[in-house]
Design a protein around this ligand. Structure first.
Ligand code: USQ
Length: 509
């Protein structure tokens, strides 16, 4: 178990309030020692909110393995009936995680203001997998999976008092923060959209940090960041997990400095990605000022449709977007294959990105919830299970469409409406999740693409893709131009397979 040696120091049930002066750790120890007649050697004393009978004790002295409140699970020790609050519970990830965690015995509460539904509607698009209203979702979760979800409609960026009240009522032991606008193209439509996305994301998160400071400082924050924060540095420098490793060195002239522990440089490719960069700094500062604890999760491009819970009943399905603003690339390409649009590669299609399937992302989140950082710790995990060039992906998706579903799939290169490197080195480091938290990817790309085809090919869903196909080819240019992109080249997949083999040959020479 990855977290068996974590102690009460990591545990959100710890009560440190008033026992430690964090500004100079240990400063209060003398007073406490005199008052309580404690041993010379102790540093920090705490109480347990779940086991008050322990009285004041050394929080490093009990491990998760030893504590009866932590129970073994396939994802490490999990706190019994742990209270988790999901902000953005109505979204693609939020809803899936609510059912996933509820199914594993965690007490799930959640907040949403239905903004994702509103943004997609504003663009004239829709989720091609139909989703139920929240009231029906909650009822189905109870009926089908016996999960009770405590839901409150709240806009976290604009209704801080109501969020505070709800957090105070529930006292969540972990807060999963998915309540941000996730779209790069949406943030690039015009000034109004850019300003909106940055306000919504940055200020929503900033307000939440203050609420956590005041109400639940011991609870851990799991905040969704993005691999896109790092950009794709042309030097080929590895994309470390948030911070430079201890042995990284800055050399300038004949002098050298350690870079260990400093945040790595960021190069976000859109105003949306830039909002996540600002969040990073705000969260890291809050951990420093107030000893909050956070996992900042740099998630790669997410894809897929499946977990056992969302597949359990049509009313439990999660949303699935394929339009130019809210569809991520793999999900979009499968939908395109289904209705005969040649798969859209932007520019050269040689961009490389890190990816993770929906179900694997759920596993990662559970492992991180099970392993809260220490007070004051700002921890980062690059949450991907592999990386591919877009061409490789398109070929894989086309092959599965052709061979398994008999679809006449083609691939097209179109003008790239974004400003991004189209040929670049890419070396993401993604060691924390497997090495520190025991993550083993369970979903193969081909398997999830196959499952996605299986769902999308159903007549009702296929019809819903057809209905919104005019939103597939992008019109949102980073430059501000207002026109649909042009096709540069269309090719059959056999040609593309030969080309990629040739490139492979060439690179071997
Ligand atoms: N792309 C295509 N064809 C398409 C759509 C996209 O070639 O039809 C290309 C884009 O140019 C880009 C790459 O695919 O190079 C990924 O684009 P995307 O739209 O799938 O993903 P992105 O805009 O980067 O954003 C998505 C999520 C975002 C998350 C991010 C993780 O929407 O919330 O932060 O993935 S990452 O990309 O690692 O930063």
């Amino acid at each position: 178990m990855h977290n068996k040696l974590c102690t009460c120091w990591n545990c959100p049930a710890i009560n440190l309030a008033g026992k430690v002066d964090f500004r100079a750790c240990g400063q209060s120890a003398k007073d406490l020692k005199e008052k309580m007649g404690l041993q010379d050697s102790f540093q920090i004393m705490a109480e347990c909110k779940r086991r008050p009978e322990l009285g004041l004790y050394d929080p490093m002295s009990i491990t998760f393995e030893e504590c009866p409140e932590w129970r073994e699970s396939p994802f490490g020790y999990l706190l019994k009936d742990m209270r988790v609050m999901i902000l953005g519970i109505d979204g693609y990830l939020g809803w899936t995680l609510a059912l996933w965690l509820g199914n594993r015995g965690l007490q799930v509460s959640g907040v949403d203001n239905y903004n994702r539904r509103i943004w997609v509607k504003e663009r004239g698009a829709h989720t091609v997998v139909p989703i139920s209203r929240m009231s029906e979702r909650l009822q189905a979760a109870k009926e089908v999976l016996n999960i009770d979800i405590n839901f409150r409609e709240i806009d976290i960026a604009n209704e801080r008092e109501r969020l505070k009240e709800f957090i105070d009522e529930v006292k969540p032991e972990a807060i999963i923060h998915y309540a941000e606008c996730p779209s790069a193209p949406f943030s690039m439509i015009d000034a109004d959209h850019a300003i909106y996305v940055q306000k919504n994301n940055v200020l929503g998160t900033l307000g939440l940090l203050f609420i956590m400071r005041d109400i639940v400082p011991e609870s851990s924050l799991l905040k969704l960041g993005t691999m896109g924060e790092y950009g794709t540095p042309l030097t080929g420098r590895p994309l470390f997990e948030g911070m430079f490793p201890s042995d990284a060195i800055l050399k300038w002239g004949d002098r050298e400095w350690s870079l260990g522990g400093e945040l790595t440089p960021r190069d976000p490719p859109s105003f949306y990605h830039a909002s996540k960069v600002q969040d990073t700094f705000n969260i890291a500062e809050a951990c420093k000022y107030w000893w909050l604890r956070s996992h900042d999760i740099m998630q790669g491009v997410i894809y897929g449709v499946h977990t056992d819970q969302v597949a359990a009943d049509p009313r439990l399905r999660t949303r699935f977007d394929i339009d130019e603003w809210f569809g991520t690339v793999i999900n979009r390409l499968v939908a395109q294959a289904i209705i005969g649009i040649p798969l859209t590669l932007y520019g050269t299609g040689e961009q490389i990105r890190g990816f993770i399937a929906l179900e694997d992302a759920m596993q990662c989140m559970t492992r991180l919830i099970a392993h809260p950082p220490e007070p004051g710790q700002y921890a980062v995990a690059n949450q991907i299970s592999g990386y591919y060039s877009l061409r490789e992906l398109a070929i894989t998706i086309a092959k599965i469409g052709k061979e398994e579903f008999n679809l006449p799939v083609k691939i097209q290169r179109i003008e790239n409406p974004r400003v991004e490197s189209e040929r670049h080195p890419f070396e993401p480091i993604f060691e924390n999740l497997p090495k520190r938290f025991g993550f083993v990817p369970c979903v193969r790309l081909e398997e999830e693409v196959y499952r996605t085809y299986k769902l999308l090919i159903q007549p009702e869903i296929r019809r819903r893709i057809e209905e919104k196909k005019h939103h597939i080819i992008p019109k949102t240019w980073w430059s501000g131009e207002k026109r649909r992109v042009e096709t540069l080249e269309i090719f059959e997949i056999e040609e593309e397979i030969n080309r990629s083999n040739e490139r492979l040959e060439h690179s071997r020479r």
